[in-house]
Write a protein that binds this ligand. Structure first.
Ligand code: SF4
Ligand code: SF4
Length: 932
């Protein structure tokens, strides 16, 4: 006999409809489910109900007063009326009272309050109830406007104090910026301690604006001020920036072909949330500097100047597509004939779609005849992938990041999550508030450490020692999962022996972390029934990057924290499609789905499909390709959407490579620093101008849709690639992106069940093997792709270039919230550039005092490879003896300084560690900028 207990349902009646609802259901939710509309102002599905506006009141038979439906729970036998006279009178009176205080200007444009894409729910209610001129006097007080934010305008007079913005900021984004101030008529929302919004700690995520039900918080127009009567087209798409891959909806003014607003879209990835880049970084696509015609370098601009040109556009003349593509095809073919296929190479782009990148690598492999094809994954998580492939047999994450809501402990290491993956960070902060233990470890204190139970600052470059120290304690205290180790892993003895030397005392000496903190963190992670590890480029961008990742994999295997919900390994992917670009073969060692180029059966399959002989040897990686260019072995390149000038280490060397190439074709949306060295420039499409699939950090394949027409003669990227292939004698003919996707699927078993028709609005995670399969979100539940998980111990080794008397500081590089990668897009997005217009060098107040530098003063930052002139600011984030410089800014390019020493396995450069010197210089802006 079954012992399962069945929860009794409540039988209720709403407006005469009998309903059965689970206990705890609110009357509002019950009515919603039955299709009965109850008006609300303060309530929203993603916020905790607070019942302050009383607009949702309903009449419950037998109750003394009207009940707020958003919080009143159903009880068995309840009879509810949502439209009784009493209810209607209450609603009308509330609406009239609220409208009496509502600003006249807002009332004048009731359809959407003059603000594009924003529903004014109060005005809608007033319209429904026929309230035009309230009988009551308006409040005798002007609460004013706040226009200080770059993205949001505040009309305090239109605020109804419903607290939706406060809950959105606190509970959804966990930014805790907004509160209430004042009393009576002067009561209003305040930012921090009543600062102007633009001077507060607001991070401009726009969640409060999206939650506001009136015209109190509205977006400032970034492109066009749109007339209320303009019909706006809604296009569901994706954010083009980070690997989180948030779902968005574009509002498009079709009459001017302009995106006017972006809103978060509900999906399993972001639940409607966005960060400042996703919400306000869209206008780059309409920037006047877009490349709109093909360009060819003029003869008088040869040889190319290593240092570039004052006015680079002058070096080019406009060309027709035929001219530009014929020239590209002829030169590539000539070099292939004369110097062989290995003299050619290509960089694709983690910003482009799966379809673009698939065709790009197909062109390099099938037409150029080489596997020398790579992209910026090499600069991001190549070391993580190398370790994962070796130890587990698969290079992707094991669990989606949203699993952090189901875990007991979150361990974030080497990730500035609130800046680099802001929406993922909102879930982590939310979990931490709900009592999940949060451990944050990073030499530079990231803001998410404010929410942590344990913050560990370890000496830069000592990750392996620290992680081995944790495993030492876990083993010593018997906190490891002996059964998991026995059943699902191999080489445990090697790990156990290797970490014996990493006692807390030894590790404390190496890392600078107090012994007790090492023990406490090991216990917090080791004792958790479910624990997740997240890491970023602080782990991967080292010459020991693969060893760092190995230690994290060892830690998860040792504690059995993989293969279940709320556990796992999650290297947070950088670019929006860095996962997908790798998945579709934009790396030199593998075809689509990580099928090795040196596997004879795989090679045969692709040769048959593509109808050509293929190179059986793995190709060269990004930095290796650049080295071969300098040696004269690689003579020509095709670069699509990649800007190695700013993204690669040791820019002075990169410049020499770019200038040294016999022939360079760059396909991009702007004249990037790299494009300045091109022979032919092909204008490509920006993200909202094309349809295609993109794969986020969770390995979820999602569909982005074209929202606007490209400008000028711009052509869709895959059309350009196919046309070039054709002109090089290899037919590539496709009708649509979907047809390209079908070819990818036919060659890639892990995508077998994914079709455009199935992707629609939610996407699907891979592997997805059958047409009705939902995709695998949690991987490795029973076994790893390689069978057993393998422990691979790592020994601590110092960074390649340690500080010394000449260069006494450690330079750490990375991103800031408002900018993305080389800034090509974000620095042309008006709001983002206005919020973060310049590079700022972070340095501790103590080091500044010692150097005699004031915060805001310009300094010269010098390494053995180059120097930059940059404004220094005092910051508590770096440790003493360390400085941090973002790498988005050409005028203070961090990669002039970084070292191009490589991790031997992942071939990733050591962006996160090199020795530098900080020198005081004049603050006179007339002082010429150092160029290195
Ligand atoms: S924009 Fe975001 S951070 Fe700023 S106040 Fe609104 S919700 Fe808070
Ligand atoms: S978190 Fe990433 S994907 Fe989401 S809105 Fe921000 S930049 Fe875009």
């Amino acid at each position: 006999m079954s012992t399962a207990t069945v929860t009794p349902m409540c039988s209720i009646t709403i407006d005469g409809h009998p309903l059965q609802v689970p206990p705890g259901t609110t009357l509002y939710d019950a009515a919603q489910a039955a299709g009965i509309a109850i008006p609300v102002l303060c309530h929203a599905p993603n916020l905790q109900p607070v019942a302050v506006c009383r607009m949702c009141v309903v009449e419950v038979e037998g109750a003394r007063v009207l009940q707020a439906a958003c919080i009143r729970q159903a009880e068995d036998g309840m009879v509810v009326h949502t439209q009784s006279d009493k209810v209607q009178r209450s609603r009308a009176m509330l609406t009239e009272l609220l409208m009496s205080d509502y600003p006249q200007q807002a009332k004048a444009t009731p359809s959407h309050n003059g603000h594009v894409g924003k529903r004014d729910m109060l005005l809608e209610l007033a319209q429904q109830q026929g309230i035009t001129t309230p009988r009551f006097p308006s409040r005798p007080f002007d609460n004013g406007h706040d226009l200080s934010s770059h993205v949001i305008q505040v009309d305090h007079n239109a605020c109804i104090l419903c607290d939706r913005c406060i809950r959105a900021c606190d509970d959804v984004q966990s930014n805790e910026v907004i509160g209430r101030g004042g009393k009576g008529y002067t009561a209003r929302i305040v930012f921090d301690n009543d600062k102007p919004m633009g001077e507060s700690t607001c991070v401009s995520c726009g969640e409060c604006m999206a939650a506001c039900p009136t015209g109190a918080l509205t977006d400032k127009p970034l492109t066009l001020p749109v007339l209320p009567s303009t019909p706006l087209q809604q296009v569901d798409s994706l954010c083009p920036y980070c690997g989180v891959g948030c779902s968005i909806t574009y509002s498009v003014d079709t009459s001017t072909n302009t995106i006017v607003q972006v809103a978060g879209r509900d999906s399993p990835v972001n639940h409607g949330r966005l960060c400042v880049k996703g919400r306000y970084g869209f206008d780059y696509a309409h920037h006047q500097e877009r490349l709109t015609v093909p360009l060819i370098r003029k003869p008088e601009y040869y040889p190319k100047a290593v240092e570039g040109l004052e006015q680079p556009l002058q070096a080019f003349r406009q060309a027709t597509w035929d001219e530009a593509l014929d020239l590209a095809a002829q030169r590539f073919l000539a070099i292939k004939r004369q110097d062989g296929s290995q003299a050619l190479a290509g960089f694709g782009s983690a910003k482009c779609s799966n379809e673009d990148n698939y065709l790009f690598q197909k062109l390099i492999r099938a037409v150029f005849g080489t596997n020398n094809v790579d992209h910026c994954t090499r600069l991001c998580h190549a070391s993580s992938v190398a370790a994962l492939l070796d130890q587990i047999g698969g290079g992707s994450v094991s669990n989606p990041f949203s699993d952090c809501l189901e875990t007991e402990a979150i361990f974030i290491i080497g990730s500035n999550t609130t800046h680099n993956h802001p929406v993922a960070a909102t879930f982590m902060k939310q979990a931490a508030k709900a009592k999940t233990t949060l451990i944050v470890a990073d030499p530079r204190r990231p803001e998410i450490a404010d929410h942590a139970d344990y913050y560990v600052r370890f000496n830069p470059g000592t990750d392996v020692a620290f992680l081995n120290g944790l495993m030492y304690v876990i083993l010593q205290e018997g906190l490891y999962d002996a059964q998991f180790v026995e059943e699902r892993t191999e080489d445990f003895d090697r790990l156990r022996d290797a970490v014996q030397a990493y006692t807390p005392r030894v590790v404390s000496r190496l890392t600078g972390v107090p012994e007790q903190l090492i023990i406490d963190v090991a216990r917090a992670y080791g004792r958790a029934e479910r624990a997740m590890i997240f890491w970023g480029m602080g782990i991967s961008q080292h010459t020991t990057g693969t060893d760092n990742a190995r230690c994290l994999i060892n830690l998860a295997l040792l504690t059995g924290n993989i293969g279940r919900p709320g556990t796992g390994l999650h290297p947070l992917r950088g670019q929006n499609n860095v996962q997908g670009a790798s998945d579709v073969g934009l790396i030199p060692m593998v075809y689509t789905g990580y099928q090795s180029v040196d596997d004879a059966a795989v090679q045969q399959k692709f040769e048959q499909a593509w109808g050509v002989d293929l190179d059986p040897k793995p190709g060269l990686t990004v930095v290796e390709i650049m080295n071969e260019v300098l040696l004269g072995n690689i003579k020509a390149m095709y670069m699509m959407g990649e800007n190695p000038f700013l993204s690669d280490p040791n820019i002075n060397k990169v410049k020499k490579c770019l200038a040294a190439m016999d022939f360079l074709v760059v396909q991009d949306i702007f004249l990037t620093e790299t494009a300045e060295y091109a022979d032919v420039i092909l204008p490509g499409t920006s993200f909202p101008e094309k349809t295609g699939t993109y794969t986020n950090t969770d390995s979820r394949v999602q569909l982005a849709r074209k929202a606007v027409e490209p400008p000028g003669q711009v052509r869709v990227d895959w059309h350009i690639i196919a046309d070039l292939a054709r002109r090089m004698g290899y037919p590539m003919s496709y009708n649509s992106e979907e047809q390209i996707w079908q070819e990818i699927v036919a060659l890639t078993p892990v995508f077998r069940g994914i079709t455009y028709a199935r992707l629609q609005h939610q996407g699907l995670p891979w592997p997805c093997l059958e047409p009705d399969h939902p995709g695998v979100a949690i991987r490795f539940t029973d076994e790893f792709p390689r069978g057993k998980g393998k422990f691979v111990p790592a020994e601590y080794a110092p960074a390649k270039e340690l500080p010394d008397d000449a260069y006494p500081f450690v330079l750490n590089t990375g991103r800031v919230l408002q900018h993305w990668h080389t800034g090509t897009m974000t620095r042309r997005a008006r709001a983002l550039d206005a919020i973060a217009p310049e590079a700022l060098l972070e340095i501790t107040a103590e080091d500044m005092a010692e150097l005699g530098i004031a915060s805001g003063e310009f300094v010269r930052l010098r390494s053995r490879r180059g120097e930059v002139r940059v404004k220094a600011i005092s910051s508590p984030k770096p440790a003493r003896g360390s400085v941090f410089l973002p790498f988005h800014f050409k005028e203070a390019a961090a990669n002039l300084l970084t070292i191009d020493a490589l991790d031997p396995y992942g071939k990733i450069p050591e962006f996160k560690f090199c020795a530098v010197r900080v020198e005081k210089i004049s603050s006179d802006p007339a002082v010429p900028q150092a160029t290195g």
